[in-house]
Design a protein around this ligand. Structure first.
Ligand SMILES: [Zn+2]
Length: 253
């Protein structure tokens, strides 16, 4: 087996033994890679802080049967400082990384479009251009589109009748009309499908006009997020625990 290099974003890490750490990487050309960073927790590790989350690096990996081994790391860009210094950004970014790991799924499958989308979203979060919750929701909508199961937002997902409609069910594929809503559908308040479309399209003027409406803005944002998470969770069939922390941070704002 030969070593290889790839650009990688650290999704998370956990300790192994006394001094090592397993790093879960999302790489541009090799998809999800789990790798050991030997001695990384020692004070004078040659890796230093280069394998922290929210960092994009050029990484040399030696493949193994279960785990690769990291043999060299050069930082390309780190967003760590700008993210961890702000609780709301941090919780949104953690949820983003956790969702990414679920969305990438299998190890070793290259998904360059999702990789670029993820790196772009982390960078935008770190830059603080938009509300972290909006950035997270925009990313999730686009990433679900990349995965091939974007929620239908403009017409009934069953019959195709033009919307807006007032019900939503992940199993049906998104927004549904009153005739085709499956049992257990969530209600959609007025404006939420337009708000979701604006987020997906990064149409900030419309998203802001709807989301900053004093009467309904907060509820609209909350409901939009709830529908996105329901859709994501139904499709990944796993609860994304970091998302509940992001919700917590949003509530305490
Ligand atoms: Zn219908």
């Amino acid at each position: 087996m030969r070593s290889y290099r790839d650009d990688g974003l650290v999704l998370r890490h956990y300790n192994l033994g006394e001094a090592d750490r397993i790093i879960v990487l999302f790489t541009r050309r090799h998809g999800l890679v789990r790798a050991v960073a030997k001695g990384v927790r020692r004070q004078r590790s040659r890796f230093g802080a280069r394998l922290e989350p929210f960092t994009i690096s050029d990484i040399e990996l030696y493949p193994g049967r279960n785990l690769a081994t990291i043999t060299d790391v050069h930082t390309i860009e780190t967003f760590n400082e700008n993210i961890v210094s702000n609780y709301e950004r941090y919780t949104a970014a953690m949820a983003l990384l956790e969702a990414t790991e679920r969305l990438v799924g299998e190890e070793g499958v290259s998904q360059p479009a999702l990789f670029d989308l993820t790196v772009g979203a982390i960078g935008a979060l770190a830059a603080g251009q938009r509300q972290p919750q909006q950035m997270l929701d925009t990313f999730l909508l686009r990433a679900m589109g990349e995965a091939g199961w974007a929620p239908e937002l403009s017409k009934c997902a069953v019959c195709g009748a033009a919307g807006p409609h007032h019900f939503f069910h992940p199993a049906a594929g998104g927004m549904v009309c009153s005739q085709h809503r499956p049992p257990g559908s969530a209600g959609m308040m007025g404006g939420v499908s337009e708000y979701l479309q604006a987020l997906r399209d990064a149409n900030w003027a419309t998203a802001d006009a709807l989301g900053q409406n004093q009467k309904i803005g907060k509820r609209l944002q909350k409901e939009a997020h709830r529908l996105i998470v329901a859709h994501l969770q139904w499709h990944t069939e796993r609860k994304i625990t970091a998302l509940s922390f992001a919700d917590e941070a949003e509530r305490s704002r």
